[in-house]
Ligand binder design. Structure first.
Ligand code: HEM
Length: 261
């Protein structure tokens, strides 16, 4: 299929890359000079380790962001498995793991209360767990499970982008007074807004990833059932495949489609 054909069949690709690189172009420059006064996120100057770890999180997070964007490009996955493997390793070892560990270290010292801390701590932990499990499944050759876990990991990674979209609607729905008070409203209201945006984006992204995973599993099972029925009709004496135990490495399930459309 031509590249234009691919872009038409997957209309999300161009806007998606535009958003990923737009986010980085917009956010990264404030941190490249390593100057805490330029930080747009709150910093803790009373804690000497806070700002370096925040910057480490953002730099490694950017590596994760770019390599995850490369991984979800269907053309690359199918046509260049070697590059897919290399960028996958960079995503895990040079992006998600160091970025997740850096942010988890400073999460207890975030400035917008327990709701923000809890949301980010859980997001960071789940990001590490889904990435490590996905990486291990690839090394074990359990490719269907590898795809499912990496989709979860990417969904958590891209929740940072989604949080920018949720900010406006979340405030409008749950804390509309922020619009009249401005960003310098009372700290309690700022904390509540931070809590909302520390939970909603990743929970929603994870639910969407689960939906894709379930759909791919059911489609694979449907195809297997159709094949068995066809085999029975054409060759009545053919042996029937045994039922699949969960989490077993099976050639039939390995052929399940990509969950990413
Ligand atoms: C998925 C796990 C992640 C967690 C738990 C997390 C958490 C956080 C937290 C708590 C902050 C500080 C916010 C504040 O104090 O206002 C932050 C800032 C930031 N993070 Fe992450 N993050 C994650 C992934 C990522 C990724 C993948 C990127 C990709 C580039 C990223 C880029 C940034 C940037 C640019 C900032 C600074 C935001 C600003 O200037 O307003 N993060 N992150």
């Amino acid at each position: 299929m031509s590249r234009i054909g691919t872009a038409l069949r997957r209309p999300w690709i161009v806007p998606f890359y535009f958003l990923v690189f737009g986010f980085l172009a917009f956010r990264l420059p404030s941190y490249l000079g390593f100057d805490p006064s330029k930080s747009t996120a709150a910093t803790r100057l009373d804690l000497p380790f806070y700002y370096p770890l925040l910057v480490a999180h953002i730099l490694f997070g950017s590596v994760a962001f770019v390599t995850a964007a490369i991984q979800v490009w269907p053309w690359l996955r199918n046509r260049n498995p070697k590059l897919h493997r290399i960028s996958g390793r960079v995503y895990v070892l040079g992006g998600a793991l160091p970025a997740g560990l850096a942010i988890l270290t400073i999460t207890p010292f975030l400035t917008h209360g327990a709701g923000q801390k809890a949301g980010n701590a859980l997001l960071g932990l789940l990001w590490l767990i889904t990435t490590i499990v996905g990486f291990r499944r690839a090394r074990q050759g359990r490719i269907v499970e590898h795809r499912e876990w990496m989709l979860r990991s990417f969904a958590l990674c891209f929740s940072i982008l989604a949080s920018r979209f949720w900010l406006g609607p979340a405030i409008l729905w749950l804390e509309p007074e922020v619009f009249t008070m401005g960003v310098d409203g009372p700290p309690a209201v700022q904390d509540q807004v931070s809590t909302l945006t520390s939970w909603i984006p990743w929970v929603v992204n994870l639910l969407i990833a689960e939906w894709f995973n379930h759909r791919a599993r059911y489609q694979a099972l449907g195809r297997q059932a159709a094949k068995r029925t066809a085999a029975k009709v054409s060759v009545p004496a053919a042996p029937v495949e045994p039922a699949l135990a969960p989490n077993t490495k099976t050639p039939a399930l390995e052929r399940s489609p990509d969950p990413v459309p």
